[in-house]
Design a binder for this molecule. Structure first.
Ligand code: URA
Length: 236
């Protein structure tokens, strides 16, 4: 979803059906508040989530929503699908159709999935240069060895995209279990990296994104809104 930005004078001219000169007058009379602050500047840029009042009457009040879902295996990270249940089908919020997914998980991957209608926030989390950490717990078919640690840290060449993956951190938890930290999100990245060792991934679970951990109280398939602190601290 694109975040609509507009200049305040254009927005008010359209809303009040007046010319720009009249808008200047309205602003000079301190009649407009943006996010509870008196607006004076005709060049001020507003967006979908700016709370705007004119003479005390709310004329724009769109809310930003931030949702964490404990995604089950077998549910597709899409808003529509003809074959499978989608992550949207699991939500019961009246605004759910406004949401988009922040970093998909494969059909057979479980764990932390974020959804929002705030595209500025989701862009900050998904831009490769931001290097937000995604942490996964991986269960493998074959035994892990110390070799994996160096190979993940070095990066792997993916011919299809013609890229070398960013250094990733692999920590061995037990013979068949590892924690992997990625700083980017390439297509099927975890599975393809273990594929280099011909070691199939049996289970993949995302437990955190940046500073945000999957809420352990959230049963599989359930979701909740993020707190303001979680929204703001995720990429600190
Ligand atoms: N890597 C994968 O292979 N699958 C996911 O769902 C996420 C990361």
């Amino acid at each position: 979803m694109a975040l609509n930005k507009a200049r305040l004078d254009r927005f008010l001219a359209q809303y009040c059906q007046v010319n720009r000169k009249s808008v200047r007058l309205i602003l000079a009379q301190n009649r407009v508040l943006i996010n509870d602050v008196v607006a004076h500047d005709i060049d001020e840029v507003i967006d979908t989530f700016s709370h705007i009042t004119l003479d005390g009457k709310v004329i724009q009040a769109n809310c930003a929503y931030y949702i964490m879902l404990n995604k089950p295996v077998g549910v597709v990270s899409a808003t529509r699908d003809t074959k499978h249940k989608t992550v949207l089908d699991l939500l019961e919020y009246p605004f759910k159709n406004e949401l988009h997914i922040v970093g998909r998980l494969d059909l057979n991957t479980s764990g932390l999935l974020l959804m929002t209608n705030d595209s500025r926030w989701s862009e900050r989390l998904t831009l490769p240069e931001k290097k937000i950490t995604k942490r996964y717990i991986v269960t493998l078919q074959n035994k892990l060895t110390a070799e994996y640690i160096a190979a993940f840290a070095e990066g792997m060449y993916f011919a299809f995209e013609d890229i070398t993956t960013q250094p990733a951190k692999l920590t061995i938890i037990s013979d068949y279990k590892a924690q992997v930290e990625l700083f980017e999100g390439r297509y099927h990245q975890v599975k393809r990296m273990f594929g280099r060792f011909r070691n199939p991934v049996i289970a993949l679970h995302r437990c955190s994104i940046g500073n945000l951990q999957l809420d352990q109280q959230l049963a599989v398939g359930l979701s909740r809104k993020l707190t303001a602190l979680e929204v703001n601290n995720i990429n600190q």
